[in-house]
Write a protein that binds this ligand. Structure first.
Ligand SMILES: Cc1cc2nc3c(=O)[nH]c(=O)nc-3n(C[C@H](O)[C@H](O)[C@H](O)COP(=O)(O)O)c2cc1C
Length: 188
């Protein structure tokens, strides 16, 4: 069975550079490894995603939280809003059970207006996934507005980082697959 990868983007409109960036990393990963990828964003979650507790989440939003929890690996992306991840992106992860992300391989990505907030991936996203004890890959990917054009990464350096992040995720997925196969073999 292929491993299941969820690419979740915190965009609040489409077309979206952030969604394009997580799709690009997912596309590179799919070229490298046999994976089943689902791309989801806040528009898929619907307006009810702002509910104040998990039990009140409408089905589309609840399904996204469940998909994140059940995935073998994540590719996450957020637009930079006011120097950090978007509030609703964080809100979705506030519903996620911490144990479900422990040890899970994760690629961190973000898009912003320019280079000023490029380190959001390190200052905001990495600590968030550190809370979950997720296994974030070393290469995080940030793109400014001129670096993604018409849904395509237009900048060679950003493209190279997307490729590197996908390759690092692929290597972690190999380990995850080995662990899963050992568990299945041990269960007889
Ligand atoms: C409310 C709001 C706040 C923003 N704050 C920042 C910011 O602090 N720094 C930045 O670089 N870009 C900022 N931007 C620009 C977006 O991060 C940028 O356009 C992003 O690529 C949009 O992603 P999307 O196409 O997925 O919606 C902001 C945009 C909005 C709508």
């Amino acid at each position: 069975m292929p491993l299941r990868v969820v690419a979740f983007s915190g965009n609040t409109r489409r077309p979206s550079r952030t969604r394009a960036l997580v799709e690009a990393v997912a596309g590179e990963l799919a070229r490298l490894r046999p994976v089943e990828v689902r791309v989801l964003d806040l528009l898929d979650a619907g307006p009810g995603v702002g509910a104040l507790d998990r039990a009140a989440l409408p089905l589309p939003a609840a399904r996204i939280v469940e998909a994140i929890e059940g995935a073998d690996a994540l590719i996450v992306g957020t637009p930079v809003y006011k120097g950090a991840y978007s509030g609703l992106f964080k809100h979705v992860f506030d519903f996620v059970e911490p144990e479900s992300l422990a040890g899970k391989p994760v690629v961190l990505t973000a898009t912003g207006g320019g280079a000023r907030h490029a380190l959001v991936v390190e200052h905001a996203l990495r600590p968030l996934f550190g809370f979950f004890a997720a296994q974030t890959v070393p290469t995080a990917v940030y793109a400014g507005e001129r670096e993604i054009v018409d849904g395509v990464i237009a900048d060679p350096a950003v493209r190279a980082r997307a490729l590197a992040a996908a390759a690092e995720l692929g290597a972690l997925l190999d380990l995850a697959r080995d662990r899963r196969d050992l568990r299945v073999a041990a269960a007889g």
